[in-house]
Design a protein around this ligand. Structure first.
Ligand code: LMR
Length: 398
């Protein structure tokens, strides 16, 4: 009966974790999954989160079902962070926000909503993008295409091609965009380039869907949200999925949010109702623990300040690792150009290694990165960066 079921080949990112843990190489380095590890290679529990956990634990409270949309304080946290506390669209109740099961849950609920209410819309993702973008939208029976984004040969953006492509799309086609810290390339648009992209989106009446999973890891909390806030200022309809996995180091708690910016409060209420209904049909309501952590940290002024400085600490350590990696590689291979490493933002560097070179790094050196050549720079530290740079140099020399 189940013989006709296809085998699942595994996820290109999560599967790599399993492979890494099974590898007996004592020098192995995990640069695959997008997780921040600190200077001693540990996943941090942020100090602000420790305070929130203490408050949650004392007294230990009952665990009722949360509302379908999650905790009001979690939803407010998403809105304030993404749109800015003073955003007029928030004051006018034009933004429908639900708390979701991580960023993936937000994308799923958003994609279900689009499939139901905009059934003709196709979704276009950047080439390349996070592999789960394609899987989630295609899994909701939405036709997925890709738009030109990154040129491997020059390690730069294909900006003009991207604009030409958007200019040919149809009304209500969805364009999935990364407001900061593009995954997997780390190459972001400048603010001027965002302005151009948003002008085309407005003119073609496209639907922007912005997925932001690394806010605070690029420049700063506000600059990283530039594209979102500019779209709102331009009165564009907008979907935003956000994740607190990385910037609260709460990966396993699965905390995120989905916001839909609407032209009026009445439309936002309708959309909010349908998002609730979509949630009810998939998982009823989000889990409560992580939601309470988000609520406490983000809505307490002092804890929020502490959180921002902890995120900037992570951001700065990644930037330092970029500089070190680049400088060791330049010394080893002076004829090659490694400027791309410091031009890229956030957790990832798209190294341009071939799949064979990535495989060689893994089998000979125990250095794990995603087969598309994405390296998680947040896995580097003072103890392993030389080893990784030497391994990369060996592979590049061969
Ligand atoms: C990543 O891109 O590595 C992370 O977002 C983790 C994931 O779910 O793939």
């Amino acid at each position: 009966m189940f013989k006709r079921i296809d085998y699942y080949a595994g996820d290109p990112i999560l599967g790599l974790m399993d492979k890494f843990f099974a590898d007996p190489n004592p020098n192995k380095v995990n640069l695959g999954i997008g997780i921040y590890y600190d200077e001693v290679g540990e996943m941090p529990v942020l100090d602000c989160v420790k305070v929130a956990e203490q408050r949650i634990a004392d007294p230990i409270a009952p665990r009722p079902y949360l509302p379908m949309a999650g905790l009001p304080g979690h939803r407010k946290a998403c809105q304030d962070l993404l749109f800015g506390k003073e955003a007029q669209a928030l004051q006018e109740n034009c933004i429908a926000t639900i708390a979701t099961i991580g960023g993936s849950g937000a994308l799923k609920v958003g994609a279900e909503f689009i499939h139901e209410w905009f059934p003709q819309s196709k979704c276009y993702v950047s080439d390349p993008t996070w592999s789960n973008h394609i899987a989630i939208f295609a899994g909701c029976d939405i036709e997925v295409g890709s738009y030109p984004y990154y040129d491997n040969a020059t390690s730069s953006l294909k900006f003009d091609e991207m604009i030409d492509f958007f200019e040919k799309l149809n009304k209500y086609d969805v364009v999935l965009l990364h407001p900061c810290c593009h995954n997997p390339t780390g190459m972001d648009l400048t603010q001027a380039q965002w302005d151009t992209v948003l002008d085309v989106i407005k003119q073609r009446e496209l639907i922007p869907f912005m997925d932001i999973a690394y806010q605070g890891f690029g420049q700063d909390m506000d600059s990283d949200a530039y594209a979102i806030r500019k779209a709102v200022d331009m009165n564009l309809p907008l979907f935003v999925s956000n994740s607190f996995s990385k910037n609260l180091s709460l990966y396993g708690e699965r905390v995120g949010g989905l916001s839909v910016v609407c032209p009026s409060a009445d439309e936002a209420e309708r959309v909010f109702g349908q998002l609730n209904f979509t949630v009810r049909r998939i998982y009823t309501s989000p889990p409560s623990h992580g939601g309470h952590v988000v609520d406490i940290v983000m809505n307490d002024e002092l804890l929020n300040q502490q959180w921002v400085s902890e995120v900037y600490g992570m951001r700065d350590r990644i930037k330092t690792m970029r500089l070190t990696l680049k400088s060791v590689l330049e010394t080893k291979l002076p004829k090659l150009n490694f400027d791309y490493i410091t031009r890229q933002n956030g957790m990832f560097s798209f190294t341009g290694l071939t799949p064979q070179q990535v495989e060689q790094l893994q089998s000979e050196f125990g250095v794990y990165m995603v087969s598309n050549s994405r390296m998680c720079v947040a896995g580097l530290n003072d103890s392993n960066v030389d080893y990784v740079a030497n391994a990369m140099a060996e592979v590049l020399k061969a």
